[in-house]
Design a protein around this ligand. Structure first.
Ligand code: ZLM
Ligand code: CA
Ligand code: ZN
Length: 388
């Protein structure tokens, strides 16, 4: 026990379920729900659970999932059988390929991570939490009736719909290395949700290929969603200084103009250096600064996970961000506790592994100052049209 106690008058809730972690996408698939077990082992070995209200989440009901997803898609998802993908099936909802395989317990997996995000959002609505956390959520690519990019149900959209029952305006911010296309699309035509995604952008060579700077919302005259999609397209190798400066600057401007009543931050950890799929050079410190900044705004905050394909780094980032949420980031021992289960996984390079230090070949930074300036200029101009 590290002597961490609940801060008085400030509630952080942690929503998780060990069932989720047991699912397998298949041999060598990059998405490994087991990374959640590794994150939990760090969080608990530091004793951080003592400083949070912890909830074992329950599966979302089909009715709750129908708030966003179509009945026929959910039916297909629930009854889909593990089988050889059939490219000729026009009604396969993009299920069964290599990105979105059908695996044992698939529907339960989706219902569980969705239930956790819905529960977390309700805690915020009831003022029972100041920050609510679901590291198993953040699956931002799923569409109303289509699986995409390792995502089958969009727990973020479901959580935002809960928040909109109480709050007039919700700000969604996405620091996963991929574009948050599913969330952007779901709220494309409303001015009650502003979506912000920072991502590697390359229309042809990086998934999903959307999220260019000038995609700011519907073009049609008078559509309320106009200007409410903010996209920050980046190149390989962006570092902590550029990334956190952009994050604070852009999110700061969005909060000033849009005045959100709640914030949902998708903390995809594939934006970290050394990620198997990512291309950035962001460190655990820089990634955490984004969480710290959102917390400092004192607006109800929902933290969800997302991508992250180098499990030891994912676990470090989400444990560090949990410590930021409960306010003990500066007081905990930087060296990972001796009794941490799976500690050997963090000992790939040194005898005394730390929470924040990750390995990853630094990638050359392909983001020029000129490019960063152009992004800020364009988004500043865009936000002049937003007036909440
Ligand atoms: N091929 N196995 C991010 C979602 C990224 C689409 C190109 C599949 C992979 C990837 C799957 C074991 C989030 C694409 C890729 C090969 C069509 C993507 C299975 C390796 C493997 O080894 C692999 C046989 C697999 C998938 C790599 N897929 C890398 N990148 C993207 C989806 C999700 O982080 O944003 C949120 C959770 N898909 O590039 C292809 C075009 C399928
Ligand atoms: Ca993103
Ligand atoms: Zn991603």
């Amino acid at each position: 026990d590290c002597g961490i106690v609940k801060p008085k008058g400030y509630n952080v809730s942690w929503h998780s379920n060990p069932e989720i972690e047991k699912h397998h996408f298949g041999h060598s698939h990059p998405m490994k729900p087991w990374r959640l077990t590794l994150a939990k082992s760090l969080i608990m070995s530091y004793g951080m659970h003592a400083a949070m209200d912890t909830y074992v989440s329950r599966p979302a009901s089909e009715e709750e999932m129908e708030d966003f997803h179509s009945k026929d898609y959910l039916e297909y998802l629930r009854t889909a059988k593990v089988a050889i993908p059939d490219d000729s099936d026009p009604k396969d909802y993009n299920l069964g390929g290599s990105d979105c395989p059908i695996f044992e317990g698939l529907f339960n997996y989706c219902a569980m991570y969705s239930g956790a995000s819905i529960d977390a959002a309700r805690k915020l609505c009831n003022n029972e939490s100041d920050i609510a956390i679901n590291w198993s959520g953040g699956l931002h690519h799923a569409k109303k009736a289509e699986a995409s990019g390792f995502c089958y149900a969009n727990d973020i959209v479901l959580a935002i719909l809960q928040l909109l029952r109480k709050h007039p305006r919700v700000l969604y911010v996405d620091i996963d290395v991929h574009h948050g296309d599913g969330v952007e699309e779901a709220f494309w035509s409303t001015d009650r949700v502003m979506t912000v995604s920072m991502h590697k952008y390359d229309a042809l060579n990086f998934f999903p290929g959307t999220g260019d700077l000038d995609r700011t919302g519907p073009d049609s005259e008078g559509n309320p969603g106009a200007h409410h999609a903010v996209n920050v397209p980046l190149n390989d190798g962006i570092d902590d200084d550029q990334y956190t400066w952009l994050f604070k600057h852009i999110v700061g401007m969005c909060v000033d103009r849009f005045r959100p009543n709640a914030i949902v931050l998708q903390c995809g950890a594939d934006s970290l250096a050394g990620d198997r799929l990512g291309r950035f050079n962001v460190q655990v410190q820089g990634h955490g600064k984004c969480v710290e900044y959102c917390k400092s705004l004192n607006i109800p905050l929902l933290l969800v996970g997302g991508g992250g394909y180098t499990p030891r780094n994912v676990a470090r980032a989400w444990a560090h961000e949990t410590s930021i949420a409960i306010g003990c980031a500066d007081t905990i021992d930087p060296i990972i506790p001796k009794h941490t289960p799976y500690r050997s996984h963090f000992r790939h390079d040194t005898l005394f592994p730390t929470l924040e230090q990750i390995l990853g070949d630094p990638r050359p930074n392909r983001n020029s100052q000129k490019k960063i300036d152009e992004i800020v200029r364009s988004i500043t101009e865009q936000l002049r049209f937003v007036n909440a």
